[in-house]
Design a protein around this ligand. Structure first.
Ligand code: SAH
Ligand code: SF4
Length: 351
C-alpha cells in the first residue's frame, strides 16, 4: 500500500490515523498547524511533536505530493515559475508573481485540460487527470514556505494555471476551503479568484457557495461565431447562457466579474469587436482584462501588437467599460499556462 500523503488527508482522516497510532486527539491539530500555518515540508521540522512521532511520520507518511523539478525566474526577478512532478509522474506548474505589495500565486487544478482551446499550451497537451485537493493546496504551501524565508506572505491566489478548475469542482472547492480555513492557511475567499472558460452549470453552483471567491471568465470573443473557433466549449454553452450565469453570480455575490480577453492579431482585436463587447457587457458589474496572446508553438494565432491592444482598450474605455491591459510579465520564462511543462518535455526528449 502506498504511504498516505498528509496534505491529502481531511482533519477527520488525520485524526483517525493518529488515533490508530495511539496518539491523543489534539495531535491532529498540532500537525495541521505545522502543515498549514508554518508550512513544514518534513516531519523533522515539526519540533513540538515527540521525536518518536516525528520519526514514525517520516517513515510511514509523505508530507507533500509535489516534487519540484525545475524553477525559472524572469529576468526582473518578479516572476517565478516552478514545474512539479506528481506521485504518478504527471507534471504541473505554478507561478509566483510579485507586483508592488502583492504576492499572487497562479495555481493548477488539473494535469492537462480537456477543453481544447487551440491557442493554449495546456489545451494542446490534452487531459491527463484531475488534481486532488492536497495537490492543489501543496502548490500554495510550497510558495508560502519560499516567501516565508524572505519574510513575505501569499496575498492572493488565482486558479489560472493548468486546467479548468470548474471541471474539477469538488477537489478545487475542498482546496479553497482548506486555504480559507481561519484555523489553517487563513486566506480570505475574497483574495482568491477562479478563472473559467465558461462551464455554465458550475458557475451557477459557484454563486451559491458560502465562500465568495472571485470569478474570472475567459471570454476572448463577443459573438458566438468567433467564440466557437477560439473556445470550443462555446458550442455547448453559448454566450447568452454564459452571460445569464454570470448575471446570476453577480446578483448572488455583488462581486465584480473579470472578463479575460486574449487579443489575437486580426482575429478578435478589431474595433468592431470592441464595440460588440461593450454592448455585451453594458451595465454589468465587471472589468475587462486584455492580454496580448502569449505565443505557443501549436497556436494558429499570434498576439496583437501594442498599438492594436491600446486602440482596443481605448475603445472599451470610451464606451465606459473598465479595462486594463495585463502586463506581459514573465514572458521571458514562458509564463503562459502549460508552457514550462512543454519546454521541459522537449528538453528531456532532446537530452
Ligand atoms: N481553464 C481556465 C483557467 C486556466 S487558463 C480558463 O480557461 O479560464 C487561464 C487564462 O489564461 C485563461 O484566460 C486563458 O484563456 C489564458 N491563456 C491560456 N493560454 C494563453 C496564451 N497562450 N496567451 C494568453 N492567455 C492565455
Ligand atoms: Fe483549458 Fe483554460 Fe487552456 Fe482552454 S484556456 S484549454 S479551458 S486551460
Amino acid at each position: 500500500m502506498s504511504k498516505p500523503v498528509l496534505l491529502n488527508l481531511t482533519t477527520a482522516q488525520l485524526t483517525d490515523l493518529l488515533r490508530q497510532w495511539g496518539e491523543p486527539a489534539y495531535r491532529a491539530r498540532q500537525v495541521e498547524e505545522w502543515l498549514y500555518r508554518r508550512y513544514a515540508d518534513t516531519p523533522s521540522a515539526m519540533t513540538s511533536l515527540p521525536s518518536a512521532l516525528r520519526r514514525r511520520l517520516a517513515e510511514e507518511t509523505i508530507v507533500s505530493p509535489l516534487t519540484p523539478l525545475v524553477a525559472q525566474e524572469s529576468s526582473d526577478g518578479q516572476t517565478r515559475k516552478t514545474l512539479f512532478a506528481l506521485p504518478d509522474g504527471r507534471q504541473i506548474e505554478a507561478v509566483l508573481m510579485r507586483y508592488q505589495k502583492r504576492r499572487t500565486l497562479c495555481i493548477s487544478t488539473q494535469a492537462g485540460c480537456a477543453m481544447g482551446c487551440p491557442f493554449c499550451a495546456t489545451g494542446q497537451m490534452g487531459f491527463m487527470r484531475n488534481l486532488t485537493a492536497g495537490e492543489i493546496t501543496a502548490q500554495v504551501l510550497f510558495y508560502a514556505r519560499h516567501l516565508a524565508e524572505l519574510g513575505e506572505a501569499v496575498t492572493n491566489i488565482v486558479f489560472m494555471g493548468m486546467g479548468e478548475p470548474l471541471a474539477n469542482y469538488a477537489e478545487t472547492w475542498r482546496a479553497i476551503r482548506r486555504l480559507n480555513d481561519p484555523a489553517g492557511f487563513n486566506l480570505g475567499a475574497r483574495r482568491m479568484t477562479l478563472s473559467t472558460v465558461g462551464l455554465v452549470p458550475a458557475i451557477r453552483r459557484m454563486s451559491r457557495e458560502p465562500e465568495q471567491v472571485g470569478l474570472a471568465v475567459s471570454l476572448h470573443a463577443p459573438t458566438d461565431d468567433l467564440r466557437n473557433t477560439i473556445v470550443p466549449l462555446n458550442r455547448r454553452y453559448p454566450l447568452d447562457m454564459l452571460m445569464a450565469a454570470v448575471r446570476e453570480y453577480i446578483a448572488a455575490t455583488r462581486r465584480r466579474v473579470t472578463f479575460e480577453y486574449a487579443l489575437m492579431d486580426h482575429l478578435n482585436d478589431h474595433l468592431a469587436h470592441a464595440d460588440r463587447l461593450a454592448r455585451l457587457l453594458d451595465g454589468l458589474l465587471c472589468h475587462v482584462n486584455l492580454i496580448p496572446l502569449n505565443p505557443t508553438p501549436g497556436s494558429p494565432w499570434s498576439g496583437s501588437p501594442d498599438e492594436r491592444v491600446r486602440a482596443f482598450q481605448q475603445r472599451l474605455l470610451s464606451a465606459g467599460i473598465p479595462t486594463t491591459v495585463r502586463l506581459r510579465r514573465g514572458v521571458d520564462i514562458a509564463a503562459g499556462c502549460g508552457q514550462l511543462h512543454n519546454a521541459h518535455q522537449q528538453a528531456q526528449t532532446r537530452g
